[in-house]
Design a protein around this ligand. Structure first.
Ligand code: FPP
Length: 225
């Protein structure tokens, strides 16, 4: 069966999840990383999902307290190193989106290694958005294209973006109804799902329910059915 869905997720609510238990916010990120693994595994086994794009660190997340940013950097590096074999076992290709040049040399090296070592996997693509912001992505695309002599087409612009694929299903956990600078070009006809569940409580069952709801939606893409 041909896999076609591109699912994107804004993984919000880690901090509140931890605070509600009287724990430090970073424990929510730690638990959130476990859910990233569970949801990625579920998607890799799903017959319809081709691509999963996860918002792990935004261009605006640098504004957080230094210790939280440092924790997230270490967590990302540890996660990628520990999960390399899981990516391969589940046939998941890892491809970062975002400007990773802002990260430490060591984290950049780990990101590139996992990308190279999973390049042959073709069951699911997991795009992790790392130092990603839509405005930054669009500006970098414009800079790539600015010396073109011909008029820029939609296809040329799409191809200059980090994420070249339109999103079918956009899910935000954590109760807020906003997009937060995520995939602005790519969600033009995405079906949007805003759910109250905090990311560490999000499950494959809840994702299954969203996919069932998605199948009932009448997607007209501006046309008529
Ligand atoms: C939002 O929760 C979450 C983030 C800013 C980071 C997302 C990170 C993870 C899910 C874990 C690490 C990821 C990987 C791939 C290892 P928040 O802190 O804004 O929560 P709040 O809204 O409750 O404060």
């Amino acid at each position: 069966m041909n896999k076609t869905y591109h699912v994107a997720m804004i993984m919000d609510g880690n901090g509140r999840w931890a605070e509600a238990r009287g724990e430090k916010r970073v424990n929510g990120h730690e638990e959130g990383a476990r859910v990233v693994r569970d949801i990625t595994t579920f998607c890799s086994n799903h017959p319809d999902i081709e691509r999963l794009t996860l918002y792990a660190f935004s261009t605006e997340n640098w504004k957080r307290p230094r210790l939280e940013v440092e924790f997230l950097m270490k967590l990302l590096e540890r996660y990628l190193k520990n999960e390399l074999q899981t990516y391969i076992n589940n046939n998941v290709r890892f491809e970062p989106i975002g400007d990773i040049r802002a990260f430490s040399k060591s984290l950049q090296k780990t990101i590139k290694e996992v990308e190279e070592k999973t390049a042959h996997c073709d069951g699911l693509v997991q795009n992790l958005a790392l130092n990603y912001g839509s405005h930054d992505e669009i500006l970098r695309a414009i800079n790539i294209l600015k010396s073109e002599k011909e008029d820029i087409t939609e296809e040329m612009f799409s191809n200059a973006l980090d994420c070249k694929h339109q999103v079918d299903i956009m899910i935000r956990t954590g109760g807020d109804h906003r997009i937060s600078n995520f995939l602005l070009w790519q969600i033009s006809y995405a079906e949007l799902f805003f759910i109250d569940t905090l990311w560490p409580d999000f499950t494959a069952d809840e994702l299954s329910g969203i996919l069932a709801d998605f199948k009932t939606r009448d997607r007209r893409f501006g046309g008529l059915n």
